[in-house]
Design a protein. Structure first.
Length: 193
């Protein structure tokens, strides 16, 4: 229902009717429409965790960060509601609308994604591909850049502004992060200092 009508157009009544449930049955499991909407991302976060774990186990150290990043970008390209759910989570008044169970599950899922990103950076550091940095800080930066890219793409779409595709925008952003991680950048910075 959310994919068909969007968040604003999908009422609890419509969702209950489509699911052949009563409105009361929906509220037995979810605190609010927001709670139901945010819970939809839980499965995607679990899939990401598995896929990113496989990349870490089997992928080349030099490709792990990019492959992990691409999982998120491909998801954002094919599931417009997923990134919108992430943006909803950034709204200041959203927390009271969400159940503790949904908050815990989504928080844990997002933390696992950030952990995977940080682990990919740490793997690159250990392999000598990246310079010595705080991998968790880079993971936080990458996550923020990704969310900002998603916001920018949505804004361009909403305003019918010309824009490059999400994959192009996010690929360029990751290339900048990777170039800043390169060992020769650290050597150049030390030489200039």
């Amino acid at each position: 229902m959310f994919a068909e009508r969007g968040y604003a157009g999908a009422s609890i009544e419509l969702i209950a009717r489509a699911a052949q449930l009563s409105v009361g049955a929906i509220y037995l499991y979810f605190r609010s429409k927001e709670d139901l909407y945010v819970s939809l991302i839980e499965d995607a976060l679990t899939v990401f965790d598995v896929e990113m774990g496989q990349i870490r186990e089997h992928g080349e150290a030099g490709k792990r960060l990019r492959d992990t990043w691409n999982i998120l970008v491909r998801w954002a390209e094919r599931d417009a509601e997923g990134p919108r759910i992430l943006r909803l989570l950034a709204q200041p008044a959203i927390r009271p609308q969400l159940s503790d169970e949904v908050v815990a599950a989504v928080s844990a899922g997002i933390s696992r994604i950030q952990d995977h990103i940080g682990a990919c950076v740490a793997d690159g550091i250990h392999a000598g591909i990246y310079r010595q940095v705080n991998a968790r800080e880079i993971a936080d930066l990458a996550w923020s850049v990704l969310l900002g890219s998603l916001d920018c793409a949505e804004m361009h779409t909403n305003l019918a502004m010309p824009a490059e595709g999400l994959a192009v925008r996010t690929d360029r952003a990751l290339a900048l992060i990777e170039s800043a991680l390169a060992p020769q950048v650290a050597a150049t910075l030390r030489a200039v200092a």
